[in-house]
Design a protein around this ligand. Structure first.
Ligand code: AHR
Length: 649
């Protein structure tokens, strides 16, 4: 393949080209990146997931009872656990234990904990981290009770293990002396050190996995999780802010309740910590799993539009405004830099042909928001421009999602070549989730098995999809893989969508960007992660035209330039029968100029990351070669089938 790369004449690249999408799916929030170690810390209940003691266990023969005491910790957290001796004669140490979110990772570092207690107890509380398998106690601390009759009192403590536990099969224990009767406990919390040492923050190694992708935006908080499910409980920003005692939690969309400890402020801090732009989504009046009758009328939607204005005032408003003042009272006098607001999620789906989104739902948000926040770009969620076409200049974006097969991704290479340049597309979710069908280019079939893990051939097809987006970055502002995380202990993404709505978690397979367990050393970075890391860390300012003596396939490419002579050339090879020789001539470069070629590949196209006997395996190999330009400033190299490569000069 002979290619000539021009020095200018392309499109300015979108600064947002690679980003992240996050929602609490696959226990990626609670039990995932949100670093809280205690599962069911506050006995939160909802219509769908009633308050429960699971997975708490009694210690020392204690009797545990879930109670709604006459004095609740708060109206948001009315339930608590009463820990009582078996009989008034019992004189011993009793308490409760919690296994964490499928384990507790223990390292020699400071763990910060707290709990609220109600009772008259005057003795000491002992808190421990101990093994489930041996008699090892890794950390213990004793603090005096500050209990006062008839009043909930917060107790704080720190645990300092001296050494790491050999595995995460460990338990948290809270004990006291049973002599003076029972004690009620609520909001029992334990955090390891977090990313950037944020209070109520995120797991460092999972944040590092995201940071490695050099992301530019974070799309939050859904995804389907903003919508709620048949229980009709969309994500409500104002129930996710303030002290944890004030957050009731909600039934999430993905088969488990959300604590909302990871709330709006935490999401925005996450953006600050990764230095990325938030793309915030709000609910647009469509419930999941229901028929058209469950799309809100304009009248019913009006309070939600009003509430979005309140949310925006909380994020962007001056401290003299009602909600700006609320933000300041939580310790954030300065607004967050929000520039993108998405109205809904996938409003082209599940609507039984309804056109209400284009008719009035998007418009109601647009008409209310744009006069107040003219700088805010409103993003529609339908993946087309039906809703935004008639709107003003700051409503020209749409969010386009694609989950498909490798062949289909490759066949979609020209998708954005001829689309509108007035309107713009955010590819808010994409992933290769299913194998090819013989001789058939077709979308994903949700009822057929999906890949267990992102596989290399899929990641190559995603690379070609990314090249397609980069070539058209005057039309595509950015892209984010989804879902971002998979908790290997509990996940439900690629079950048939129908069964999601019925809460069946039958199909245990799925591809996600990063998989993890409670054990912080067992994070699995997918093949897709490898591709995004390579491409996102090789940004450039503008594309440049490439002329070739051959058409696309089996090689696909894009070229860009950051400053004169500093070129970036990206390519991916799909379905080549032999290795592909390249001769790439960059305008203005001369013989002897240097280049660096980085090539990703994997032993065979279907190899995937895998956890085998606790060992993380990612099959992707990375080879970096220094190249020297030959005559005329051309770089020559060969790439094997399924290579994904970046050449920089
Ligand atoms: O990424 C998983 C789900 O796929 C998202 O929640 C939804 O937007 C899409 O259908």
């Amino acid at each position: 393949i002979n290619l000539t790369v021009a020095s200018n004449g392309g499109n300015v690249s979108s600064p947002l080209m690679y980003g992240l999408m996050f929602e609490d799916i696959n226990h990626s929030g609670d039990g995932g990146i949100y670093a809280e170690l205690i599962q069911n810390r506050a006995f939160q209940g909802s219509l769908e997931y009633p308050s429960t003691l699971t997975p708490w266990e009694p210690v020392g023969g204690a009797v545990l009872t879930l109670q709604n005491t006459s004095v609740p910790l708060s109206s948001a957290l009315p339930a608590s656990v009463n820990v009582a001796p078996r009989s008034s004669a019992q004189r011993s140490t009793i308490g409760i234990s919690n296994p964490g979110w499928w384990g507790i990772d223990i390292k020699p570092q400071t763990y910060t904990g707290s709990f609220w207690a109600l009772g008259t107890y005057k003795g000491q509380f002992t808190i421990k981290l101990q093994s489930n398998l041996t008699s090892d106690i890794f950390a213990t601390v004793t603090i005096p009770s500050s209990c006062q009759a008839g009043k909930w009192v917060e107790h704080k403590f720190e645990l300092e293990p001296k050494s790491a536990a050999p595995n995460s099969n460990n338990t948290f224990v809270l004990e006291f002396d049973s002599t003076s009767g029972s004690v009620n406990f609520n909001l029992i919390s334990l955090f390891p050190p977090t990313y950037n040492n944020r209070a109520n923050g995120n797991r460092p190694e999972l944040m590092a996995a995201l940071k490695a992708l050099n992301p530019s935006f974070l799309r939050i908080p859904g995804g389907n999780n903003i919508e709620g499910d048949v229980y009709h409980y969309p994500w409500r920003w104002n129930e996710t802010i303030g002290p944890l005692t004030q957050r009731p939690g909600r039934p999430g969309t993905w088969g488990y309740g959300n604590t909302d400890g990871l709330g709006l402020v935490e999401y925005l801090n996450w953006c600050t910590d990764l230095d990325v732009t938030p793309v915030l989504a709000v609910w647009s009046g469509m419930y999941l799993g229901n028929d058209i009758g469950h799309i809100l009328s304009a009248e019913a939607l009006a309070p939600w539009v009003e509430d979005t204005l309140n949310e925006l005032e909380f994020i962007l408003g001056p401290t003299t405004s009602t909600y700006g003042a609320l933000r300041a009272s939580l310790g954030y006098p300065n607004p967050w830099p929000l520039k993108y607001l998405e109205i809904g999620n996938e409003d082209d789906l599940y609507t039984n042909g309804s056109t209400t989104y284009a008719e009035y739902r998007f418009k109601m948000f647009y008409d209310a928001i744009s006069p107040v926040y003219p700088e805010l770009t409103l993003v529609s969620s339908t993946g087309d421009y039906t809703a935004v076409g008639g709107s003003g200049a700051n409503a020209t974006y749409t969010d386009y999602h694609v989950y498909t097969r490798p062949d289909t991704f490759v066949s979609m290479f020209g998708t954005f070549d001829h689309v509108s340049r007035v309107h713009k597309t955010l590819i808010g979710e994409y992933a290769c989730v299913q194998g090819n069908l013989k001789n058939e280019i077709t979308g994903v079939n949700w009822d057929l098995p999906k890949f267990d893990w992102p596989v290399w051939v899929g990641a190559v097809s995603e690379a070609i999809w990314s090249i397609n987006a980069e070539r058209n970055s005057d039309a595509v502002i950015g892209m984010s893989y989804a879902p971002g995380f998979q908790n290997l202990n509990s996940y439900e993404w690629t079950v048939s969508l129908l069964s999601i709505f019925k809460y069946s978690h039958a199909n245990p397979t799925q591809p996600d960007l990063v998989s993890f367990t409670a054990d912080t050393s067992q994070t699995v970075l997918s093949t897709s992660h490898s591709v995004i890391e390579l491409f996102s860390n090789a940004r450039y300012n503008a594309t440049v035209p490439v002329t070739s003596d051959t058409s696309y396939g089996p090689a696909y490419w894009v070229a860009g330039v950051s400053e004169p002579g500093a070129y970036t050339f990206k390519t991916a090879i799909y379905n080549a029968t032999e290795s592909v020789p390249f001769n790439v001539q960059f305008t203005g470069l001369k013989q002897g100029d240097k280049g660096t070629l980085t090539v990703l590949n994997a032993p065979d196209g279907l190899s995937a990351v895998a956890l085998e006997e606790g060992v993380v395996q990612n099959p992707v190999t990375k080879k970096v070669t220094q190249l020297v330009a030959g005559s005329g400033g051309a770089f020559s190299f060969e790439l094997e089938n399924y290579s994904v490569a970046v050449l920089t000069t």
